[in-house]
Design a protein around this ligand. Sequence first.
Ligand code: AMO
Length: 419
Amino acid sequence: MERICGWIIRKKLVGRVAIIEISGDRYTKPYVLVFKKDRNPEEYELIQGLSIGTALCFEGEKAREQKSRRGIEYVADKVEVYAEPLKPLPVDTSGKVPALLDTRIRYRYILLRNPLEKAILKIRAGILEAAREYLRKNGFLEIHTPKIVAAGAEGGATLFQLQYFEHRAYLSQSPQLYKQMLIASIPRVYEITPYFRAEKFNTIRHLNESWGIDVEQAFVKSEEDIMNTLEELVAYIINYVRTNYEEELELLNVELKPVHTPFKRIKFAEAIEMLETEGMKVSSTEDVTDAAEKKLGEIMAEKGYDLYFITKFPWSSTGFYYMREEDGIYTRKFDLDYKGLEIASGGQREHRYYKLVEAIREKGLDPRDFEFYLEAFKYGIPPHGGFGLGLERLMMKILNLSNIREAIVFVRDRTRLVP
Ligand code: AMO
């Protein structure tokens, strides 16, 4: 006998039989319990009076014959009620009546009783499970860096400012500066971290608090070494989800193809040419726009590529910390795009102290603001590089989610600060 606990998400009374579905912890699908009035008169009576959303436990065991496709059938008795809702639930946890995205976001903490919502959350955890497994196996050490910082690496416009006693501080946009500093002692590090970005626009691909898998790796020959790590990691994650989350993928109606490395590489300049050939107006000095990114996704899909790198971004479009090529025009920065959406950025860094100071100045920043960071470069920082892989963006593409807000339980965007 097992003791199983959860919430009623569906209740059906047919003649002298009561059927309830319980959303519990072990399975994504609900437990299905059948109580016959003749056989379990007490439970039958109790169940009859319970409303959707009641929290209860029961003792039971898996039924020998599994007839329901909706869930896992259990033969149960000893039902104990722990909490009853004060009023009807604001959303249908059985999934019969779909809710608008806004309502879903507001009540996701209850909607997670529904197998589909739960499947998304489980796969999110599965992606991190896979990432940790891959990175640990490959010698990367998990680190934690401060989220209250004195300087940002990704541009002042998207910094959230806060008062830190007598100092001005910011919420961390990225662990960029700190992961690079740790390269002074640990050649391979990673962090699973929130990014806080004060991006004012409302899009289906931006959050103001998103999560990333952030990696930094030393003793590299070029950005190619970093791209190898990133493509292996992404392939590992996708293939891991395919094999370990089959049930959840089926529930979400997602057919995930196995992924093979290496991924296709195209140079930024080539991407611009391809877009221009398609009649798109694009800048050859700035980062690709959302529309261009999407169009490129279509062009690449026609050639049979879902995942592809865009390499050698122009210096005019990047952060100060990317290594410049000899020509001074291009850098060792790359993006990884997945079906027309940038899911990661990275590259080789400038590790030479004087060049780095120069780069900071050239970007119109003040090296004094970065003194704590620059200091590290005086003590033997080897050639290195890394990337930030956006968790919700990756989820969007793996699960075909149409809005990034579906990939995170508590959404922080332009209009949401609660729940
Ligand atoms: P970048 O700014 O490109 O690079 O961020 C890395 C990845 O994080 C995700 N991401 C976001 N996802 C949702 N909403 C947002 N507002 C958001 N901002 C970023 C994207 C993006 O590709 N320091 C570098 C990485 C590096 O070079 O190591 C950086 O932060 O998927």
